[in-house]
Design a protein around this ligand. Structure first.
Ligand SMILES: Nc1nc2c(c(=O)[nH]1)N[C@H]1C(S)=C(S)[C@@H](COP(=O)(O)O)O[C@H]1N2
Ligand SMILES: [Mo]
Length: 316
């Protein structure tokens, strides 16, 4: 039998957050009249019992968002390295080994280095943020992620003046990932990119967990990116390498279908995918209930400035 070794930064099982607690705390927060506050305040300051999310960043709260159930977040996935079938990925990813794991940072940085991921998490700390998530296939979730801001990592490795982009790469292992063997026409490993300005923004999160528990393999263990204002395919899973570069990186989806999946891929209801509309989105976990899609997935106030001068009507 496989015994999972507990990560030393991991929370005791008894402190992981059941969904019900999230809602309880949400009520508590409301009662405290607490919507926006500077800095990270432990929930315990509001009289909540101990445990996650003790590090919920109050700038990204549950608020009025209807959280997607944990069971759906971890069993309705996109992870082509394992399967094309969303509901089969959790099963296919069972033998995936995400421990030990290193993250290599290279290229145009003053401090290139290879981190042990657990060590990195201990060094940078984890906070929790509730983000809306919008897949290019027109479905949406609301997820409580655990992780550290990518911004912190960027600061740590110190980009040089020439650096303009980050190129992220996932893993390559045909034995552990049956999808990589089954689809040799795909340019594995999965890779993605951001501009340095995007990466240095406060929103992108390097995710290590969901609902206060370590990230399951099917969601991109042990470390994945979440960029909440972009289509989900930008949020690359199981990252092994980040290279800082002065050239716009190629991306797996852009290589495969350049007229369908651009580099920027900001959520935009005004620009249809060539094969379907992006105006509305299906709420995962409801019986085909739909809602309007927001520009930048609702994060326009924070990020629109990054795109001054870019024609967002085009499929970027
Ligand atoms: N390495 C890798 N990362 C990936 C993908 C993938 O196939 N491989 N799929 C992307 C897509 S299309 C989406 S919608 C999200 C899904 O994340 P989730 O399964 O945690 O909801 O992961 C993204 N990151
Ligand atoms: Mo997606």
């Amino acid at each position: 039998m496989f015994v999972r070794i507990k990560k030393d930064w991991e929370l005791p099982e008894s402190q992981a957050t059941p969904e019900s607690l999230f809602f309880q705390r949400r009520t508590l927060l409301k009662a405290a009249g607490f919507t926006l506050a500077a800095g990270l305040l432990p929930y315990s300051s509001f009289g909540a019992t101990a445990g996650f999310p003790s590090n919920l960043n109050p700038k990204y709260p549950v608020g009025e968002l209807q959280m997607t159930k944990e069971d759906l977040i971890t069993n309705y996935n996109n992870f082509y390295e394992f399967s094309f079938d969303k509901k089969d990925i959790a099963a296919q990813a069972k033998k995936f080994k995400s421990e030990p794991w290193t993250l290599e940072i290279s290229g145009m940085v003053h401090k290139p280095q290879t981190f042990d991921v657990n060590q990195l998490v201990r060094q940078l700390g984890i906070e929790q943020r509730v983000y809306r998530f919008r897949c290019v296939e027109a479905w949406a979730m609301v997820v409580p992620w655990d992780g550290f801001p990518l911004q912190k990592l960027v600061d740590l490795v110190q980009p040089t003046k020439q650096a303009k982009y980050l190129r992220f790469a996932s893993f390559l292992d045909k034995e552990m990932a049956p999808g990589q063997a089954r689809s040799p026409q795909y340019p594995w490993p999965y890779n993605e990119g951001l501009t340095l300005a995007e990466a240095a923004h406060e929103l992108p999160l390097m995710v290590t967990g969901v609902y206060g528990k370590p990230l399951p393999s099917q969601n991109g263990a042990p470390l994945r990116l979440i960029v909440p204002w972009k289509y989900g395919f930008k949020s690359i899973k199981s990252i092994t390498k980040i290279e800082f570069t002065d050239k716009m990186p190629n991306t797996l989806w852009n290589d495969l279908a350049p007229n369908e999946y651009g580099f920027y891929a900001n959520v935009n209801p005004a620009v249809d995918h060539p094969r379907w509309s992006q105006k509305r989105e299906r709420i995962v976990g409801t019986w085909f209930k739909k809602q309007d899609t927001f520009k930048f997935n609702g994060y326009g106030e924070q990020v629109a400035d990054l795109y001054k001068g870019l024609d967002l009507k085009k499929w970027y």
